[in-house]
Design a protein around this ligand. Structure first.
Ligand SMILES: C[S@@+](CC[C@H](N)C(=O)[O-])C[C@H]1O[C@@H](n2cnc3c(N)ncnc32)[C@H](O)[C@@H]1O
Length: 244
């Protein structure tokens, strides 16, 4: 039993599902192109940090066999109802939970940047590489230190849906941390709103340091600015590799 994550409890999980699908929409064509050889041979795709299944649904609709995973039980619950065609959707928290053997590993929406520190990211990436079968493909996005450098002094942002409001204040308390301080209000009945707060710290790393680590696990990997032809936010880097 995975202990619950402090990130993405039920209100934020729903807000993310309804208001933040643009990233999965943007990266899906590039991810699907990278994973096409895996689909053709009927390989198993393991998705890490699938959230509510926004990318998972693209993968399943394209004909992939997908085992989708996330640390947040609220996200897993949403994904199970949003993507009924996945082989399985399970709670899995990196860096310690075992990663099932896979022909492809995919992770979008900087799920690995939610780990506690760089040592945990290294451990998680090594575990992902070890779970890949020979010929398997890994592709993921993750925040570089440049992600924080471009975001100092950002003004607070407000997002809203029909029955929710999210206010986010970001900061860069040190070169290796990007912080989102979030307050959300969700309508709980016609006359009242429930307030919830979440504080997210993303660890910022030198993403190029992941390449030798992957190589040591038999994965020939490269850094890219995108999965395909999409434009990603500054400092969000894509690591893609193949296991020999
Ligand atoms: C920004 S969301 C992205 C969700 C989804 N991939 C998307 O693009 O819509 C980051 C996801 O990473 C998950 N996550 C955070 N820490 C994690 C960990 N230690 N192991 C696995 N997933 C984690 C969160 O629960 C959340 O669903």
């Amino acid at each position: 039993m995975v202990p619950d994550t402090p990130y993405f409890e039920s209100d934020l999980a729903r807000i993310h599902h309804e208001g933040f699908g643009f990233h999965a929409d943007r990266v899906a064509p590039g991810v699907l192109a990278l994973l096409e050889p895996v689909r053709q041979r009927g390989g198993l795709v393991v998705e890490i940090g699938c959230g509510s299944g926004l990318l998972t649904r693209y993968l399943v609709r394209a004909g992939h066999r997908v085992l989708a995973t996330d640390a947040s039980s609220a996200m897993v619950d949403l994904a199970r109802s949003y993507v009924p065609g996945a082989e399985s959707i399970e709670q899995l928290r990196l860096p310690d939970d075992p990663v099932p053997p896979a022909d492809a590993i995919v992770s979008v929406g900087h799920a690995l940047s939610y780990l506690d520190d760089e040592a945990h990211v290294d451990r998680a990436v090594a575990a992902l590489a070890r779970a890949l079968r020979p010929g398997g493909v890994i592709t993921l996005d993750i925040c570089d230190v440049r992600y924080g450098e471009g975001r100092r002094d950002e003004a607070p942002k407000v997002w809203f849906g029909e029955d929710w409001v999210l206010i986010t204040q970001t900061s860069v308390p040190d070169r290796r941390t990007f912080r989102r301080d979030m307050t959300m209000f969700v309508r709980s009945d016609p006359t009242s709103w429930r307030r919830t707060d979440e504080l997210h710290d993303n660890v910022l790393i030198e993403t190029s340091d992941l390449l030798p680590l992957l190589e040591a696990e038999g994965v020939d990997a490269q850094l890219h600015a995108a999965f395909g032809h999409e434009t990603l936010p500054t400092g969000l880097m894509v690591v893609t590799g193949t296991k020999s």
